[in-house]
Design a protein. Structure first.
Length: 265
């Protein structure tokens, strides 16, 4: 996968910004982009960098190379990790931060997304998979359990029964199986992966940035709570939306049969 106009965070994580889209490339193709704690932090910092950049409207993350998005965590790092380090919960907190960025996030899954790599995709808002992608929570195969949110995010996404099956068996699904159970939004030919991710990002970019932010916040705030609380949260975010200039512009543009000119205000 070619990388152009990249600003390096370091050799392991590359950033690119183009036409309002922030790209993150995990750049360890020689080891299938596996992650250790240092690289987890760099991935988080890359998301925060794009989230804090007013020119970036949508964030896309993918892996460099044609074999892996992220094939898991570095087993040498896991072997050396102590119980106290695990208890510190740094990695799940990093994925919480990624899940909580204000801007929409898209995982473009170009190959293996296993273990921590699968958990990283689950923390993104939208998942687009190459037909070559393979996904799974494989931690049980090496005597541990998913420890960065996989035991929680996966069942919430695919249902309790299927989530438990995947966690307990360490099964690896191909892209079409993952799509069938709702683990990914869409499967596309490998060579069309980034085109599709960018196309979705461009649709989101065409909307009001403040309303997109409010819509994402409403979904995230209400998901997992009881319905009455969730509907209250929705009403509160809708009330804020009604106070924006973009709300007025959107209504006026529709009535006047023209394209809206959103300002993010």
């Amino acid at each position: 996968m070619a990388v152009n106009a990249v600003n390096k965070v370091n050799k392991n994580v590359l950033l690119e910004k183009k036409d309002g889209i922030g790209f993150i490339y995990i750049n360890r193709p020689e080891v299938r982009n596996v992650l250790n704690q240092e690289i987890w932090r760099e991935v988080r910092d890359a998301f925060i960098t794009h989230d804090d950049d007013d020119e970036v409207r949508v964030i896309i993350i993918t892996g460099n190379g044609d074999k892996a998005f992220v094939a898991g965590s570095d087993l040498n790092y896991l072997k050396a990790r102590t119980k106290i380090q695990t208890l510190d919960r740094e990695t799940p907190m990093i994925l919480n931060q990624i899940e909580s960025v204000k801007k929409p996030t898209i995982a473009a899954i170009n190959g293996f997304a296993l273990g921590g790599g699968c958990e990283l995709t689950l923390a993104c808002d939208i998942r687009i998979a190459s037909e070559r992608a393979k996904m799974g929570q494989t931690e049980i195969n090496v005597g541990i359990i998913p420890g960065a949110g996989g035991t929680q995010r996966l069942p919430r996404l695919v249902g309790l029964g299927k989530g438990l099956e995947m966690v307990l068996t360490g099964a690896v699904l191909d892209a079409h199986e993952a799509e069938k159970i709702g683990m990914v939004n869409k499967v596309v030919p490998h060579e069309k992966l980034m085109d599709e991710a960018i196309a979705i990002a461009n649709v989101i970019k065409s909307k009001s940035s403040i309303i997109v932010r409010l819509a994402k916040a409403a979904v995230k705030a209400g998901y997992g709570t009881d319905m009455n609380t969730a509907l209250l949260m929705e009403s509160l975010y809708q009330t804020i939306a009604f106070g924006t200039s973009d709300h007025e512009e959107g209504i006026d543009a529709f009535l006047e049969k023209r394209e809206p000119k959103f300002t993010g205000q």
